[in-house]
Design a protein around this ligand. Structure first.
Ligand SMILES: NC(=O)c1ccc[n+]([C@@H]2O[C@H](COP(=O)([O-])OP(=O)(O)OC[C@H]3O[C@@H](n4cnc5c(N)ncnc54)[C@H](O)[C@@H]3O)[C@@H](O)[C@H]2O)c1
Length: 381
């Protein structure tokens, strides 16, 4: 039985209490700064407001780090140094240097590091990967991804709204899609150019500094139109739409756009190769992948793959990633998700924002040191 600790009883940590495979793992300790959250948590006896006390517990095999983005780096380094196998929520950290410090510590301590990139387990992503790897659309040359976020106002109501906490939404949300693009294209971004703007939520009504944010409001359909919404963070300095152009090291060119004030929600990818094109229609639930391999209309793809709805958050990805992490912690196998990939998703987000905030000047992405790359050689199986 794997004994786990949870650091941060965050909204996101619900995936552990909901999906932990109880036949293989048990929650033995939790840490959170808020004692009310600890009092309400009844699934284990050891509870602390100081995560370092949790890390001292010998019986723990692994920890989930579920705190906010700006708290990942320090807690992760401490956990790796304590010899606990780590599940680290995305984004790995909010700076490239922070990610590199995490990677270096994982190499030095030889402790397991598993990045929480749950989109790697989404059925629609797995199917698109399988199709691309089969060669059905030839060699990919161009990629397009647009992410509409109807509940996007939530990021402008809480901690995320400040650059010092999240870096911006190319990291907080974009890290997922950037990682998917890298994974399906088999290469990392070498050069990124960005554009982005705070164009809507800067015109909305802010809440008082002492008022708590209502995090659920943004998920309700009544929360519309954006300019009439209320209850926003007193400080907003992140962009509400971003666009980046990426040139991957293998020459594939990609475009990614995210927008946080749309009426509808979807992650929509298209991969275009030398022998065809594929596109997902819907990203969770009963979604489809359309594939064109001969000339004809957009309305009539050559093949449609229909995916069935799966239970569990993010289209079934959340239970799958939790289960995989427990197996990883149990037999010390190699993580399916390369820590280098998690670092490189952050690198694109950071440098995409830097480019956007400084006249769209292209930025080159430098890879980590050779010994780090070698240690995490991808895929490492
Ligand atoms: N993979 C996904 O699909 C996905 C989805 C949502 C959020 N996330 C990630 O999950 C993480 C948590 O986000 P959230 O919005 O749910 O957080 P949250 O704001 O709901 O909660 C953060 C919690 O961490 C606690 N905390 C802060 N510092 C701590 C410390 N030093 N020790 C112990 N506890 C501490 C806080 O008291 C709070 O309870 C973020 O990194 C976010 O990016 C991932």
């Amino acid at each position: 039985m794997i004994k786990i600790g949870i650091i941060g009883l965050s909204r996101r940590s619900g995936i552990i209490t909901n999906f932990l495979p109880r036949n293989k793992a048990e929650i033995a300790a939790v840490a959170d700064l808020e004692s009310e959250k600890l009092d309400a948590f009844t699934q284990c006896k050891f509870k602390t407001t100081d995560y370092r006390e949790l890390l001292k517990r010998d019986e723990l095999d692994a920890v989930f780090i579920m705190t906010r983005d700006y708290e990942h780096e320090k807690i992760c380094i401490d956990a790796l140094q304590a010899g606990k196998t780590v599940y680290l929520e995305k984004p790995m950290a909010i700076t490239i240097e922070g990610c590199d410090r995490i990677l270096k510590t994982a190499v030095q301590t030889k402790t397991g590091l598993f990045p929480g990139h749950n989109m790697r387990y989404m059925p629609v992503i797995l199917k698109m990967k399988e199709l691309i790897d089969s060669g059905i659309i030839g060699n990919i040359q161009a990629v397009w991804c647009r992410h509409f976020v109807s509940y996007g106002s939530c990021y402008f109501r809480h901690w995320c709204s400040e650059r010092k906490n999240s870096g911006g939404l190319l990291l907080q949300k974009g890290a997922h899609d950037i990682d998917v693009i890298h994974w399906l294209c088999g290469s990392y971004t070498a050069r990124v150019t960005g554009m982005g703007k705070l164009s809507v939520y800067n015109k909305t009504k802010k809440r008082k500094t002492n008022e708590k944010p209502d995090r659920e409001l943004a998920f309700k359909n009544k929360c519309w139109p954006p300019l009439e919404e209320t209850g926003f963070s007193p400080i907003i300095d992140i962009e509400d739409h971003n666009m980046i152009l990426m040139t991957l090291a293998n020459g594939i060119q990609c475009s990614y756009m995210q927008c946080f004030y749309t009426p509808d929600s979807e992650r929509n990818y298209t991969f275009i190769g030398t022998a065809g094109r594929l596109e997902n229609i819907g990203d969770t639930g009963n979604c489809e992948i359309h594939v064109w391999t001969s000339r004809g209309s957009r309305q009539k793809p050559d093949k449609i793959y229909r995916l069935k709805k799966q239970t569990g958050g993010h289209g079934g990805a959340d239970p799958a990633i939790i289960s995989d992490f427990i197996d990883f912690a149990a037999d010390n196998t190699v993580s399916k998700i390369s820590p280098i990939a998690a670092r490189n998703a952050v690198a694109v987000g950071v440098l995409g924002h830097l480019s956007a905030r400084n006249g769209s000047v292209p930025r080159n992405i430098i890879q980590p040191e050779k010994n780090i790359l070698k240690y995490f050689a991808f895929p490492r199986k």
